[in-house]
Design a protein around this ligand. Structure first.
Ligand code: ADP
Ligand code: ZN
Ligand code: ZN
Length: 812
């Protein structure tokens, strides 16, 4: 801990200082990674607590800060040893009651160090929702904290008193009768009454005065009612658990009893009943009076998933996703804080809720990339959850049909960072539901045979059969990394954005080219419209390439009889708050239907009537320039295939591809995951990628190309020098990785290897030139400390920005 850098007004009246506080100063855009010591004047001593918001002087200015530690003497304040008490300034005012706990402060410290992120930014993750607090000064000179206005709402609940049950209203008191009828079956809110009857407020007053009706005011929780007609949005307790489910629960129970923060990976095929395992495990934790947190990928936070938890645990479930309003978010958070909710289901940020006695974290679909935050602090929810479990001594349960290479490798080792990692397999679906039959349709052969349609003959026949049997089908048109674009047939030019180096996406309906990096929109008329012209050579053959979801929709409608509903689900058709859910409800309600969509339909849907799953082209997923592309493609295909045959009728999956020999396709087709995982593991071991080493990325960007490149080069040079001065870690034992091909000058399993600087794949974005430095480092090596030291010693020049991504997923 450092003293305040500029000692302007020294605080000398030491007698009035009753204690000392470590304060995280919340100054935006300033990388403060340490708290500062302040004195606590006697008048605040009774009220100040860890988590309190305080006003402090920092340098020349007043600033907001959060108390993260308190001690009676400066020497007892962690990190403040050796500071002179006379040089420590006092806290100027106490602005708000604690908004985070000592536990939150501890985790924030860890996050800040692990992910090289400003401490205040990490602490903010734990603050009540409603935006970043700001310090404002009133006209009279007093400071206060301003938070965006989100107010609590209250509702009035009416119920019959004991006396009320025998009350006989006067014969003509029509409204009194109405009210008594409404209350006969239990308490009702005034809002519900207003929806059913004309104004009853005078009647309520009368009956309340008579002691017939009791009126109670209570906090209303916004965001709780998520009514849906989806048949599968409930979860009755199954009569018998499968053997796999029992084994998984036993492993979790053992981990819970051990209290060491063990990790249990449930490696279960789609539909094997993982959710049921989570529900049963949570029941036990709740029975102990503790809380549980369930993370699911944002994309599967649908009414269906949430409904299954609410149907089991009722209103005690708080839900967090990005579509909540500010008021709903605040209320859900407060439900957790007050203990009204002991189960939280949410996207990655749900980890930072103010839990009361957290006893279990579950991460469903643990391999999902959405668990990695894309902006600072760039944490991975799996790693944060593992740390929380370790500190709290409770289990972390990971579930997946296609576990990440990281999770598999740690389970193979048995322990990781002093934590036990254990894998439990669930290979069977309950109740005799079979895994679907998978057919690979080789598009090369279809093309050679003269088929120019987007459906191979196998898929076409299967779709018609589904229609004839009045069943349902799911059709995946994967466009991740692939969207319609324009290309000049004469010179091959693909129009790119003027401010970025990304290819533009073509939008048919608006005749526009759009940049998905900066949002720029360009109006164009592609061939055969008159006036179409290539920006490079002027040729009029600037033609549309790639297949839009709407085109597939048109082809489906042309193919299928009109009574089959075709429901298209993509970014366009799901706009609006409940767009997603309404489409699913339509699919659920239809007698026979095809659900066509982008990767958003691949996950989590549980419709037993789906007997066919088709994949229009599997190859776009396979061919992304990223060492995790195979893992992602395998996950996508496994997931979408898992939508078939979840009921009694058998399912069939048809995958169209030009690459039938690819290990990903072969693994999906044969239900033999090892074909893919063994191949993928060997490749990563050979090329020295995660999980065999850590991979971190430092991005440097600026309007001035030379400034960006120069600063990136300086950082790379500093890191190389600092790394050379530290001791290597012992080489890994066992079979983890083939002998490295040491082309890059070193073995990153022994000592960090720094690559670059190089221009990023997206070399320019929003008029900024982008360079990056990639660091591969040994698993047991704390690379974050090296990077933090380098960045502290070399502040970025004016106009240059640096972003650090530890254990990076996105290297573009
Ligand atoms: P997963 O999460 O592994 O994809 P789910 O938990 O969604 O699987 O379960 C798939 C289906 O099987 C659900 O409809 C669920 O209600 C049902 N199910 C789960 N466990 C059992 C069981 N022990 N007996 C009968 N049905 C079960
Ligand atoms: Zn752009
Ligand atoms: Zn051209």
């Amino acid at each position: 801990m450092a003293p305040d850098p500029q000692q302007l007004a020294l605080f000398s009246a030491e007698s009035t200082v009753a204690a000392f506080a470590s304060v995280v100063v919340d100054i935006p855009a300033r990388a403060l990674s340490e708290p500062y010591a302040y004195g606590v004047p006697g008048e605040f001593a009774d009220d100040i607590a860890i988590g309190s918001t305080v006003l402090v002087t920092f340098g020349h200015r007043a600033a907001l800060g959060y108390v993260v530690a308190l001690a009676e003497t400066l020497g007892d304040l962690p990190g403040a040893e050796g500071l002179d008490p006379v040089r420590v300034r006092p806290v100027r005012a106490l602005l708000a009651a604690p908004s985070c706990s000592p536990y939150a402060a501890d985790i924030a410290f860890w996050l800040s160090r692990e992910y090289v992120a400003p401490l205040a930014e990490c602490l903010r993750l734990f603050l009540p929702p409603g935006g970043t607090p700001r310090l404002v000064r009133d006209a009279d000179g007093a400071y206060r904290v301003e938070r965006p206005a989100v107010a609590e709402v209250h509702e009035r609940v009416l119920s019959l008193t004991d006396a009320g049950r025998t009350y006989e209203p006067p014969v003509r008191a029509h409204r009194q009768r109405q009210l008594l009828e409404a209350l006969a079956c239990g308490p009702v809110t005034t809002r519900e009454l207003r929806a059913l009857y004309t104004d009853l407020s005078a009647t309520i007053r009368t009956l309340a005065q008579k002691g017939v009706v009791a009126v109670e005011e209570r906090r209303a929780w916004r965001g709780v009612s998520g009514a849906t007609t989806l048949s599968s949005a409930s979860a009755s307790v199954p009569e018998h658990l499968t053997d796999g489910q029992r084994e998984a629960l036993a492993a979790i129970a053992e981990a819970y009893a051990r209290g060491q923060g063990d990790v249990v990976l449930i490696d279960g095929v789609t539909g094997s009943g993982k959710t049921e395992v989570y529900l049963a495990a949570i029941e036990r934790v709740l029975a102990d009076g503790r809380s549980a947190c369930v993370l699911v990928p944002e994309i599967s936070l649908t009414a269906q998933t949430v409904g299954r938890f609410r149907s089991r645990f009722g209103d005690a479930v708080a839900v967090f996703h990005s579509r909540l309003s500010a008021g709903e978010r605040l209320d859900q958070w407060d439900m957790v804080r007050t203990g009204a909710a002991r189960v939280v289901v949410g996207a990655r940020s749900a980890l930072f809720c103010p839990f009361r006695d957290l006893g279990l974290i579950v991460i469903d679909e643990e391999h999902e990339q959405s668990y990695k935050q894309g902006s600072s602090p760039r944490y991975h929810a799996r790693e944060v959850a593992a740390e929380m479990a370790r500190r709290g001594g409770f289990p972390l349960v990971l579930g997946s049909a296609t576990p990440s290479a990281e999770a598999l490798e740690r389970c193979r080792a048995g322990t990781w960072a002093a934590q036990r990692w254990q894998r439990v397999e669930m290979r069977e679906r309950p109740g005799g539901a079979r895994l679907p039959r998978v057919v690979v349709a080789d598009l090369r052969r279809a093309f050679a045979g003269g088929n120019r349609s987007m459906f191979s003959s196998v898929l076409e026949r299967a779709l018609l059969d589904v229609a004839a049997r009045k069943e349902k089908a799911v059709l995946l048109h994967n466009r991740r990394g692939f969207a319609p674009f324009l290309m000049c047939r004469e010179c091959g030019c693909v129009p790119t954005c003027r401010h970025c180096s990304t290819a533009l996406t073509y939008h048919e309906r608006t005749h526009t080219l759009e940049c998905h990096t900066c949002g720029a929109v360009y109006h164009v008329r592609p061939y055969p419209a008159p006036g179409s012209a290539c920006p490079q050579c002027g040729s009029r053959y600037l033609a549309k390439m790639g297949l839009g979801t709407q085109q597939v929709e048109d082809a489906l409608r042309a193919l299928l009889p009109s009574e089959v509903a075709v429901i298209r689900m993509d970014a366009d058709s799901t706009k609006g708050k409940d767009g997603h859910q309404r489409l699913l409800e339509a699919f659920d309600a239809a007698e026979s239907a095809v659900l066509l969509g982008t990767q958003m339909i691949a996950k989590g849907l549980d419709f037993p009537e789906v007997t066919l799953v088709g994949v229009i082209n599997a190859d776009y997923a396979l061919k992304m320039p990223d060492f995790r592309a195979g893992e992602r493609a395998f996950d996508l295909l496994e997931q979408v295939a898992g939508r078939a045959g979840r009921g009694e009728r058998p399912g069939e999956v048809i995958i169209q591809t030009y690459l039938p020999e690819d290990p990903v396709i072969r693994a999906v087709a044969t239900h033999d995951r090892a074909i893919f995982t063994e191949h993928d593991r060997a490749q990563r071991a050979e090329a020295l990628y995660p999980p065999f080493v850590r991979l971190s990325n430092i991005n440097v960007w600026a309007r001035d190309e030379h400034a960006a490149e120069g600063h990136a080069a300086a950082i790379a040079c500093d890191i190389r020098r600092l790394v050379a001065a530290t001791a290597p870690v012992p080489p890994p034992a066992g079979d983890a990785g083939a002998p490295p091909s040491l082309a890059e000058g070193g073995d990153p399993r022994v000592a960090p290897v720094v690559l670059g600087p190089n221009p990023c794949v997206i070399a320019r974005a929003k008029d900024r030139y982008r360079f990056h430095v990639v660091i591969k480092s040994p698993l047991g090596y704390h690379i974050s400390d090296v990077i933090a030291a380098v960045l502290d010693a070399r502040p970025a020049p004016q106009g240059v920005t640096v972003g650090v991504d530890i254990d990076a997923y996105d290297l573009m």
